[in-house]
Design a protein. Structure first.
Length: 99
């Protein structure tokens, strides 16, 4: 079994909590088993979600956050959403309620 890695830019899937099944991008290295994650939609860069690594499943894709902004400048939430969509990990939400 390969060790799980949570380096900066790694795409992870939440497997526990109210956000289970959603995909996020790791924003910094793990400290005491906790990593800050954001998806640019529900959890933005200004207030990333702090998630325990045991509640995350790392995906094989890693994004270079420094090169994610094509025009240069600071990273934005739209860049995170675009990168997740490009890698096939985006969850489209409907504007109307189901049921």
């Amino acid at each position: 079994m390969k060790p799980k890695t949570y380096e900066t830019g790694r795409i992870v899937k939440s497997i526990q909590g109210r956000d289970a099944g959603r995909y996020f991008i790791v924003l910094a290295e793990a400290v005491n088993g906790i990593v800050p994650v954001a998806d640019g939609q529900t959890h933005k860069l200004e207030r990333p979600k702090k998630k325990k690594t045991i509640h995350l499943e790392p995906q094989p894709a890693v994004i270079d956050l420094a090169a994610a902004r094509a025009e240069g400048g600071p990273l934005q939430d739209s860049d995170l959403r675009r990168k997740l969509e490009e890698c096939g990990f985006s969850m489209k939400r409907s504007l109307c309620k189901e049921g």
